[in-house]
Design a protein around this ligand. Structure first.
Ligand SMILES: Cc1cc2nc3c(=O)[nH]c(=O)nc-3n(C[C@H](O)[C@H](O)[C@H](O)COP(=O)(O)OP(=O)(O)OC[C@H]3O[C@@H](n4cnc5c(N)ncnc54)[C@H](O)[C@@H]3O)c2cc1C
Length: 486
């Protein structure tokens, strides 16, 4: 093999850019990042809905190798996060590795050549020794197939594809769903709209968000005392690890959070009938715990209705629910989340002997350390199966994966193509499913499960454990690929 293997990374979000950073640090310079959109940023480029913000403190929801000391808020808003990603990509030169408007539709491993061919939507083909998927878990919006949805007379769109040409002022708006995006949208638009109908299938647990602005003095202090910044990050990391532990095991902190939710709901919602509708019917942590100070108050406004009857159809004038009522609206916003368990959907990945990734993942996606799949040599997935978190920054996981991938690519450079051993991958998967089966996530239906009921998105441990297990590239988990040219 050449002195440096060529690497193609698919996706220029937090993950793909972290992978490129770590590859460069490992001395691997032949890197191309293929991005279907017109720029870097991933979900933070796509999700421009009103109120979009992170729900992990920004001091932690940022790359460890690109510290930012002057966040304007404790929980940054979408424009500032996107600006952070763009500026770092520009300053570090990573932007120069990105090819935009390049949608990957297929990737095929050639046994004889020991390389990948990557095909783009326009038919162009590129070659690479190592292929890294960084397409994210939340980049495919999920819109429910409601009967009659195409007959709706007004505009309708998903939160991730917000139509900014639609003026909501004075309009009757329906928001379908009460997940992480919906609870940000509703308070952000409630003052503008004539009426707001919130269609709730399942009530979320919502606890106070310790948000606030950073003063110029605090920003300067972080800037001039990097140690203070580092300690703050470590402190937030430690707290978020407690949250991870709690959310995957329903541990003692769950009791405290449950109490915090009860008090929050009671303080913010006076009407007992409304309050009753806002009580979740599953244990805390099973679905994503949400943080907001203005979700419950928005629902108490006189022009807001919380509808818990199931949607039976959409008609030209609105949404009909199972009780027969038509909720007349001018605009429908789908806050219905993402097809998180459809990992790499839309890319026809074929490994050794033409084996399809979609077949290998029939019955639920799985990968060794969430990254490597038997029969798919020199292929690594970022934010892959069982690497999502219930309560902490995904960037911690992405950076651990990026470092591992860089070490793997260096190994490929030195030793030739590798493929994860089937027995190691199977043992790892057994461990994941056993631990997940004992976790709180097994006690309800959620987007963490694939259609078969397997929990394929979440990691059952702490970030620290994942960092430890991925800190070295253990070559004994892999075998050298027979027949491939070095
Ligand atoms: C609204 C929202 C808020 C969130 N808030 C938080 C938070 O507070 N804390 C947290 O930890 N996580 C949060 N997340 C989760 C978030 O997904 C991760 O934190 C992180 O941004 C994932 O980065 P990524 O690079 O893996 O994926 P993404 O950001 O999804 O980037 C994937 C990139 O791949 C590109 N791509 C996809 N398919 C192809 C293809 N076929 N060809 C070429 N390019 C392709 C996409 O265009 C995209 O740019 C949030 C997600 C959303 C949607």
């Amino acid at each position: 093999m050449d002195a440096t293997p060529s690497v193609i990374v698919i996706g220029a979000g937090f993950g793909g850019l972290a992978a490129a950073h770590h590859l460069r640090e490992a001395g691997i310079t032949d890197i191309t990042i293929l991005e279907r959109a017109d720029g870097v940023g991933g979900v933070w480029r796509e999700n421009t809905y009103p109120g979009a913000a992170c729900d992990v403190p920004s001091v932690l929801y940022s790359w460890s190798f690109a510290r930012k000391h002057d966040w304007s808020h404790r929980y940054a808003r979408q424009p500032e996060i996107l600006d952070y990603i763009r500026s770092h990509a520009r300053r570090s030169g990573l932007a120069g590795l990105v090819r935009t408007g390049a949608e990957v539709t297929a990737a095929t491993w050639h046994d004889a050549e020991g390389r990948w061919t990557v095909r783009l939507a326009d038919g162009e083909e590129l070659r690479a020794d190592v292929l890294v998927s960084a397409v994210g878990q939340l980049s495919r919006p999920s819109v429910p197939t409601l009967p009659g949805v195409e007959t709706f007379a007004g505009p309708s769109f998903h939160t991730a594809t917000w139509d900014h040409d639609v003026d909501l002022a004075g309009r009757r708006v329906a928001v379908v769903g009460t997940g992480a995006s919906a609870i940000q949208v509703v308070p952000a638009i409630v003052e503008r709209v004539a009426s707001l109908t919130v269609l709730q299938r399942s009530a979320p647990y919502v606890v106070p968000k310790p948000d606030g602005t950073y003063s110029a003095r605090q920003q300067r202090r972080f800037g001039s005392h990097p140690r203070l910044h580092r300690l703050t990050r470590q402190g937030v990391f430690h707290l978020s690890e407690q949250l991870n532990r709690t959310l995957d095991s329903d541990g003692p902190l769950a009791e405290v959070l449950h109490r915090a939710w009860q008090v929050h709901l009671r303080r913010q919602v006076g009407d007992p009938a409304l309050r009753e509708r806002l009580v979740p019917d599953y244990p805390l942590g099973c679905k994503r715990l949400l943080f907001s100070n203005d979700w419950y108050p928005a629902l108490t406004r006189p022009h807001v209705a919380v509808v818990t009857d199931a949607i039976s159809s959409v008609e030209p004038d609105g949404i009909r629910t199972s009780d027969g009522r038509l909720h007349e609206v001018d605009v429908i916003v789908f806050g219905t989340g993402f097809a998180a368990t459809d990992f790499l959907a839309g890319i026809d990945v074929r490994g050794r002997g033409g084996r399809r990734l979609s077949d290998a993942w029939d019955g639920g996606a799985r990968a060794h350390l969430g990254m490597a799949v038997p029969e798919f040599p020199n292929f690594f997935v970022l934010y892959g199966p069982n690497t999502n978190l219930g309560g902490s920054s995904i960037i911690g996981m992405l950076e651990a994966q990026a470092g591992y991938v860089a070490r793997a690519a260096a190994h490929v450079r030195d030793r030739g193509p590798v493929e994860v051993r089937r027995d190691r991958a199977a043992a790892y998967d057994d461990e994941m499913q056993r631990r997940l089966g004992e976790s709180v996530w097994s006690s309800c239906a959620s987007w963490y499960r694939d259609p078969s009921g397997r929990i394929t998105t979440n990691w059952p441990g702490t970030v620290r454990e994942y960092q430890r297990r991925t800190a070295a590239f253990d070559a004994s988990d892999f075998r050298v690929v027979e027949g491939a040219v070095r």
